[in-house]
Design a protein around this ligand. Structure first.
Ligand code: GLN
Length: 517
């Protein structure tokens, strides 16, 4: 039973089809795992809400259809019955959506996000909602109003952010699949530091309808998984045109999973981005990155170097554009329409004072910092100097990518400059926290797809070993290429070792601790 949770999502689907186990058994095994490792003082805290009953009901439906046999099975989606966790920034009917904020504590959405409609239609049991930095602002999940999530590789370290809950849940075998959102790296960087896989799709290729808006021109929902193939399967399920999202592309959904099964990288041109390495990157991260390049070259890929001079300004541009859009998007939390309402303690009771009291109590420090930054950058006298200049930098970054993709099919870099850092280390230093995103942000500014796949382990500076992520980027609409390259590296690195995710340390469950005493 416990081994069932260690299968890949593709293997779980296969196991159910072959009649080895039912979806009910599979979901129950995951609920047991969540009960064992997620709670308590030293628990992972990946879940803000667990929806066991709903998940078991969906599983029972799948089992019933399958038990009816024959034609019934044909009607099921390939991932039917495989459980999934959902970042709590994505709205769900029947389950609370908090965005990791006190502002939405206990709020229930009256509608489902489009990706949730698709997940429900395909009958993937939803295990619950995962932890995140408040309104997806952060790189460590420590800015959650509901406590930090722990990294399953080292419980005293961060699981990345903002989607640390989804990544940690998948790394800790609490769920085989999860949904995340990536505005500046929140799917890829948590993937990197937890030894899992995460994809930021091409902007507009997965509907944003029902993803609580952070920075609308950058936000994308994407898949979180342990293997590239699993991420590709989930990506195929959630992608596609949606009339409810005005920036949705009308493209057909390509066969991502097929791309992830392609073995050969002979002749694949991989561009190393000169600006995304060197200073600021840990030695161990650079060593694994170099090994990945050598491995791909030995397998027949052609490694070239590309120059993206404007990337130097990417972080600066992002931290103007993102707060600007967020300051506008978050204006809706006013204590009037929905969510929390806090009344001022003294008279007079004006609407402005209700809004002020609500926003003062409902938002955490990082969210307030960004609202102030964004409001300032958009203010009349400064608009051109800040927001306007940042938009120009955005164009330069897109041009750098265009030039780079003339020379290479995909680009490669470390996903994050460091391995997971200790909880608390960067909490009081916003700039140090922002620097984690230096390699992931350019893709969001350009709207292109990116994936992070495990690239081995590196020293954590304290005698331990922690996962390193390798990022592949491709031109817009060419998401299949990041699956091809990511899966190739995954397979080449696993050739002489177990896949990284299978080597995550065994967690001390409360039950195991008692037994050991
Ligand atoms: N860490 C980045 C930030 O804090 C990215 C956030 C995200 O992608 N949601 O803005």
């Amino acid at each position: 039973m416990t081994e069932m949770i260690r299968l890949t999502a593709a293997q779980m689907a296969e196991g159910m089809r072959a009649g080895e186990f039912t979806s009910t058994e599979l979901v129950q095994a995951h609920l047991d795992r969540i009960a064992a490792v997620d709670g308590g003082d030293r628990g992972i805290n990946a879940f803000l809400h667990v929806s066991g009953e709903e998940a078991l009901a969906t599983a029972a439906e799948v089992d019933k259809i399958r038990a009816a046999g024959g034609g019934g099975t044909e009607a099921l989606h390939p991932l039917a019955g495989v459980p999934i966790a959902v970042k709590d920034l994505i709205v769900t009917v029947g389950q609370p959506t908090t965005a990791g904020s006190k502002m939405l504590e206990g709020w229930m959405s009256p509608y489902d996000a489009t990706v949730i409609e698709k997940v429900r239609a395909a009958k993937l049991p939803i295990l619950g909602k995962t932890n995140l930095d408040e309104f997806a602002m952060g790189s460590s999940t420590e800015h959650s109003a509901y406590g930090a999530t722990r990294n399953p590789w080292d419980l005293d370290r961060i699981p990345g952010g903002s989607g640390g809950g989804s990544a940690a849940a998948v790394a800790a075998f609490e769920a085989p699949l999860a949904l995340g959102t990536d505005t500046g790296g929140s799917i890829r960087q948590p993937g990197a530091v937890t030894g899992t896989v995460g994809t930021k799709p091409t902007y507009g290729s997965v509907s944003r309808y029902g993803a609580i808006a952070m920075a609308s021109s950058l936000d994308q929902i994407g898949p979180v998984a342990r293997t590239t193939e699993d991420a590709a399967l989930l990506h195929e399920l959630i992608a596609g045109h949606d009339p409810k999202d005005s920036t949705s592309l009308v493209d057909e959904v390509p066969a991502f999973a097929q791309a992830a099964r392609r073995q050969d990288v002979t002749g694949l041109k991989i561009g190393v981005i000169r600006q995304l390495q060197g200073e600021g990157y840990q030695e161990g991260v650079l060593a694994r990155f170099q090994e990945s390049l050598d491995t791909l070259r030995a397998a027949g890929a052609e490694i070239v170097e590309v120059d993206c001079p404007s990337f130097e300004y990417a972080l600066g541009a992002y931290y103007l554009i993102m707060p600007s859009e967020a300051s506008s998007n978050l204006a809706r939390y006013d204590g009037v329409r929905y969510g929390r309402r806090v009344l001022p303690t003294d008279a007079p009771l004006t609407i402005e004072r209700v809004m002020g009291a609500t926003r003062a109590a409902g938002f955490g420090e990082e969210v307030k910092r960004r609202i102030v930054l964004g409001t300032y950058a958009l203010s009349a006298g400064y608009y051109d100097a800040y927001y306007g200049s940042a938009q120009k930098v955005r164009t330069l970054i897109q041009q750098d990518f265009d030039a780079a993709f003339e020379k290479a099919d995909v680009l490669i870099s470390p996903t994050s400059p460091t391995v997971a850092f200790p909880l608390g280390e960067k909490l009081d230093d916003p700039l140090a926290m922002y620097l984690n995103d230096v390699a992931t942000i350019p893709a969001n500014l350009a709207g292109i797809p990116g994936i992070s796949v495990p690239g081995g382990l590196a020293d954590d500076g304290a005698g331990g070993q922690l996962p390193v992520g390798i990022q592949f980027l491709a031109p817009a609409r060419e998401d299949a290429r990041v699956y091809h390259a990511g899966a190739a590296l995954e397979r080449l690195l696993a050739a002489d070792a177990e896949p990284l995710w299978a080597r995550a340390p065994e967690l001390q469950t409360p039950a195991a601790q008692t037994a050991g005493e």
